[in-house]
Design a protein around this ligand. Structure first.
Ligand code: CIR
Length: 430
């Protein structure tokens, strides 16, 4: 029995009775034990040609196929013994066990500036009556004015004047990119501060899950101030104690600085590399141009490889910080990681193919253990190069999933990985 009286462990869809690993992540590549995914749901059915841009999609996904692709991704992970926590289950279970979670979710979804006070009251009252699963569904897939219950208590000009298909609660179609709204650094979790309007409320969803779901009781927070935008896709745990933070379309310099200070204060890192990336959609996060595939290897977009630089921030003895600027990113990273050199595997093949495969998230791999990654099958040349370099590539379909511009790393939030051994101890390279 779990805390809500069901037969299976909370939020866990793997074998009953499985022992949950300790939570915490100190690298990109340590053996993955537990991960949060979100199976795309009815929120994707809200996408139309008119709202795509605003909701940060590049095409209309065929939803049933996107779900099938995602199911195959989740099954691949389960098949390798990885515990998959589905966000909709976690949310439902948090609402089942905690009234405070319900209040938090409803409070974040009801926007009085949009609805006016009368409708806000009615809407909140209606949401409070919903069973946990239904509430989770509405808060993720959104609600239109047409879907409001007909028997509202207060007359509402807002309701009269809106088109029935307008959203009274916005859908969250980007929730499937669980990477971006929270990130584990050591044994703490940072709830991020998302930059784009369409994604801001995602952080309140992850926040309430970590705050109220029994599975996460006692987990401490990193970056509690959330003073400035930081998105998880920009944060790479290059090695224990070494973070790279991309600064570009999403994470701001202020966000990177605030996160760096916070991880130093909490002694979660000794070095942070802040990496400027082009402020454009193709490179919205650092993990769109570079992900780690082994303890000493990255797959990387060649156009970025020789251009990326890094500011290296280190804690000084007096408790302040020192900042060095302008070193090539790959050199700064190897130096901070204490290895001679980072192996770089290029996005394949030539400039045009590389540009196409970067756009299709060829660089956005999810490592399941050192040297084993999940990648979209469509990035044929990049996957071939990874294999040539000795990396095992587990291919998944992503024709529909990819319409949101995110790959396997974006679609996963690791919450438990085994600690990694330093690169030089890895048997493959002895
Ligand atoms: N880490 C990532 O690169 N996440 C992909 C996010 C895609 C989403 N449609 C967005 O534009 O934010």
């Amino acid at each position: 029995m779990n805390a809500v009286g069901e037969e299976r462990p909370l939020g866990v869809d793997s074998a009953p009775g499985a022992v949950s690993p300790a939570l915490g992540v100190d690298s990109e590549v340590g053996t993955l034990r537990t991960v949060i995914l979100h199976r795309p749901g009815d929120e994707l059915r809200r996408l139309t040609p008119r709202n795509l841009d605003q909701l940060l999609f590049d095409g209309l996904p065929w939803v049933d196929r996107a779900q099938a692709e995602h199911d195959a991704f989740a099954d691949l992970l389960r098949g390798r013994g990885i515990e998959v926590l589905l966000l909709a289950d976690l949310l439902t279970e948090a609402f089942t066990v905690s009234g405070a979670a319900r209040m938090q979710g409803i409070g974040a979804a009801v926007d009085e500036r949009r609805t006016g006070s009368g409708l806000a009251r009615d809407l909140a009252a209606h949401l409070r009556t919903l069973p946990a699963a239904e509430l989770a569904h509405v808060l993720t897939s959104g609600m239109t004015f047409d879907e409001l219950p007909p028997d509202a208590a207060s007359p509402s000009l807002v309701r009269r004047m809106h088109h029935g298909a307008d959203f009274v609660i916005d859908p969250l179609p980007n929730l499937m990119f669980t990477r971006d709204s929270s990130v584990w650094i050591g044994h703490r979790v940072a709830i991020t501060s998302l930059a784009m309007r369409a994604r801001v409320r995602e952080a309140s969803v992850t926040d309430l899950i970590y705050a109220h779901h029994p599975r996460f009781h006692g987990v401490r927070r990193a970056y509690e101030s959330r003073t400035a935008p930081v998105e998880g896709g920009d944060v790479l745990l290059l090695a224990p104690g070494v973070l790279a933070i991309g600064v570009g379309e999403r994470t701001t310099p202020a966000g990177a600085e605030a996160l760096a200070r916070s991880v130093f204060d909490d002694e979660l890192a000794h070095t942070v590399l802040v990496v400027p990336i082009a402020q454009q959609r193709a490179t919205m996060h650092l993990d769109t141009v570079c992900t780690m595939v082994d303890t000493d290897a990255v797959v990387m977009y060649p156009a970025a490889r020789d251009q990326l630089t890094a500011f290296t921030i280190r804690r000084t003895d007096g408790g302040g910080v020192g900042i060095d600027g302008g070193a090539p990113f790959l050199d700064a990273a190897a130096d901070a990681m204490g290895i001679g050199k980072l192996r770089v595997i290029d996005t394949g093949l030539d400039d045009v193919v590389a540009e196409r495969e970067q756009w299709d998230d060829g660089n956005n791999t999810l490592a399941l253990e050192p040297g084993v990654v999940v990648a979209y099958e469509r990035n044929v040349e990049t996957n071939a190069r990874l294999e040539d370099a000795g990396i095992e590539v587990l291919r998944i379909r992503g024709s529909e999933l990819g319409s949101g511009r995110g790959g396997p790393r974006c679609m996963s939030c690791p919450v438990a990985r085994d600690p990694v051994r330093p690169a030089e101890e890895h048997p493959a390279r002895q």
